[in-house]
Design a protein around this ligand. Sequence first.
Ligand SMILES: NC(=O)c1ccc[n+]([C@@H]2O[C@H](COP(=O)([O-])OP(=O)(O)OC[C@H]3O[C@@H](n4cnc5c(N)ncnc54)[C@H](OP(=O)(O)O)[C@@H]3O)[C@@H](O)[C@H]2O)c1
Length: 290
Amino acid sequence: MRILTTGGKGQLGRELDEVATAAGHVVVSTDREGCNITDAAAVARAIDLAAPEAVVNCAAWTQVDAAEQDVDAAYLSNAIGPRVLAAACAQRSLMLVQISTDYVFDGRAEMPIDEWQRPAPRSVYGLTKLAGENEVRQLAPRHLVIRTSWLYGRHGPNFVLTMLRAAAAARPLRVVSDQVGSPTWTGHLATELLSLIERDLPGTYHVTNSGITSWHGFALEIFAAAGVAPEVSPITTADYPTAAPRPAYSVLDNRACRLLGEAPMPDWREGLRSYIAQLRERGALPGRTS
Ligand SMILES: NC(=O)c1ccc[n+]([C@@H]2O[C@H](COP(=O)([O-])OP(=O)(O)OC[C@H]3O[C@@H](n4cnc5c(N)ncnc54)[C@H](OP(=O)(O)O)[C@@H]3O)[C@@H](O)[C@H]2O)c1
């Protein structure tokens, strides 16, 4: 299959390029310079040059706290960008895959959240990502909206690399223990994305690694996997104020995939171990741990 990716220099974009190419697909990866998704002419040019069967939008404004101030910039990349891509894909009967987030929910759930629960974002970032989902649903008949969470992968920045760098600097760490979710490795997400593209059944899908942990639990597992033992104390959300509110409960139920018979996503610890092994193999494990 020929796949065009946008945001190709981001962590998911890079991973998808590698995973899809290794699986025998042809990936035409574009970055902001080659294809700014808010520029209709650039998008049309990139699509017509690549002649893909599917477009995967990995481009987004992902600075969650900065979005509270730069509201227009966040809406531009996260809502207008998907609108432009969706119109271009609809015109050419192409599949568009839009990547979205657990931040479209308010975090008040007490059980894993499936695709049929009503979103209620509490941050500007969440609002812009929900707007992007809706643009794609309304404009591109052949669409997949894929919600994922707590993503980490090649090159970051991400929580795993931040924790490992802090450990290497021997800084005592305080990590939030009252927000829970499912950390998801881009390597596993990319593989599942390909499976859903091949299935070609439009709709919304939650795709996260299995299992639940808190940021504090995630940090402990990162250090165990990397073989380091820094001082880590659990703190509450109230101890660590941020510009954008974070959902307290962010666990997504991958119900649609399960009902369609997709293989369950691996446990988040398995994703983490594969990621750390990949960093180690490439000599990219931060600090004293490599
Ligand atoms: N990271 C997470 O924890 C997480 C969790 C759930 C869902 N997601 C979603 O997963 C997707 C991938 O995230 P990621 O972590 O791979 O993000 P990332 O590493 O920040 O990559 C995003 C890329 O998009 C590019 N971009 C932004 N605006 C653009 C535009 N107008 N035109 C073209 N490129 C543009 C950025 O380029 P510049 O550097 O030039 O801005 C960057 O290379 C996003 O949709 C995100 O919302 C992420």
